[in-house]
Write a protein that binds this ligand. Structure first.
Ligand code: GAL
Length: 360
């Protein structure tokens, strides 16, 4: 195992951005940077033993700031949408940044965790796996949210190429929180920019609907809908239909209720995780299983992708890659029918997602 630390580039205000690459003996390697605690690349061996970089990213830090899309980033303080940029906690009303069309809060506000430079520390876990820890303190009132929050995000790569991301946070006041990673995956290699023929399993019986204002509505059963991914099928089968829930966002952009039907594992012997998603490419043979303890999985099929160039000048294409964002349901701070996203002095935040790779 080895960790390489490198200067990644400078922001327009002169601040330097550092990247770290962890390499496992099996060939898997991951590069992360302190800007946004972002995953920049993820190389995985295909069925011929050749490495494929399966996540989108940019060549310079400034492109991450300029371009929308939260590419590869850690998203917070609240990943997903909060309707009307408003919630009530303990009888007090909070107005938070309405950074989406001036109507609602998306992914933490105008300057969310994805745009911050995090403190970093590279090292090994007790078990010998490499890990990079990122720290960020979000101040009371940032984007309108209450309470100071100390956030830690840990990327950990084991010798057999299992990638884990742990999110830990402590808040000194009650506050909504949902932390996730916003990587765009394409198992043919990110440069291929087409996910329609790749295969997907989502272990969920229900998804949450949205209206044409992107406001979350109610849960729907996946049965008899294009969103029934309980058995493996091509992603394209859900993209090219007239189903109203596909028509609204122009593809998949919905939260699925991860219910444990996909099976369970104990990570590091004591953290219970469930298998939420499996993605597979017939072309490269790469299989990715995602395990998480988060209640919801936002699946976003890159419907707004395009108009930018990724690493090495690769042109971004609509639905060129897909995001799996483990976290809490949209608008959870204003709903009572979903798991609580309110954390505080008596309830520290802790969540883990594990990505496992194999070939078939
Ligand atoms: C996703 C969200 C999409 C879009 C995207 C960023 O998480 O569900 O609607 O906003 O982020 O382009």
């Amino acid at each position: 195992m080895s960790i390489e630390k490198k200067f990644f580039g400078k922001l327009s205000d002169g601040r330097e951005v550092t990247a770290f690459t962890m390499k496992a003996e099996c060939g898997v390697s991951v590069t992360v940077m302190d800007l946004g605690a972002t995953m920049v690349s993820l190389n995985v061996p295909d069925k011929n033993g050749e490495l494929k970089d399966i996540v989108c990213g940019y060549d310079s830090p400034e492109e991450y700031i300029k371009n929308d899309g939260y590419t590869g980033a850690t998203v917070g303080r609240y990943a997903n949408r909060i309707d009307k940029g408003h919630f009530t906690l303990d009888g007090k009303d909070y107005e938070i940044s309405k950074n989406e069309d001036g109507k609602r809060t998306l992914h933490g506000g105008f300057c969310g965790f994805d745009k911050k430079i995090w403190r970093s520390e590279a090292g090994q876990c007790g078990c010998g796996a490499d890990r990079i820890k990122f720290y960020y303190t979000s101040e009371d009132g940032e984007e309108g949210f209450p309470g100071n929050v100390d956030v830690t995000v840990v990327y950990r790569l084991s010798a057999d190429g299992e990638l884990a991301i742990r999110y830990l946070a402590e808040a000194d006041k009650m506050t909504p929180m949902a932390l996730t990673n916003h990587s765009y995956f394409n198992l043919d290699g990110y440069e291929k920019q087409d996910i329609s023929r790749q295969l997907l399993t989502i272990n969920a019986n229900r998804f949450m609907g949205i209206d044409d204002e992107s406001i979350s509505t109610e849960f729907f059963d996946v049965q008899d809908t294009p969103f029934d991914f309980r058995k493996e099928k091509q992603i394209g089968k859900a993209l090219f239909t007239n189903y109203e829930h596909v028509m609204i966002p122009g593809g998949i952009d919905h939260s699925f209720d991860i219910d444990g039907t996909g099976g369970k594992m104990l990570w590091k012997h004591d953290i219970p995780l469930v298998k939420s998603v499996t993605m597979r490419s017939k072309e490269t043979g790469i299989v990715m299983d995602i395990y998480t303890d988060a209640p919801a999985m936002q699946v976003y099929s890159g419907n707004h992708m395009g108009g930018v160039k990724y690493k090495g000048g690769v042109e971004a294409k609509k639905q060129g890659a897909i995001c799996f964002e483990p976290g809490y349901f949209p608008n959870s701070p204003n709903r009572t029918d979903v798991p609580s996203c309110i954390f505080g002095p008596d309830r520290p935040y802790s969540s883990t997602t594990v990505y496992k790779f194999s070939v078939k």
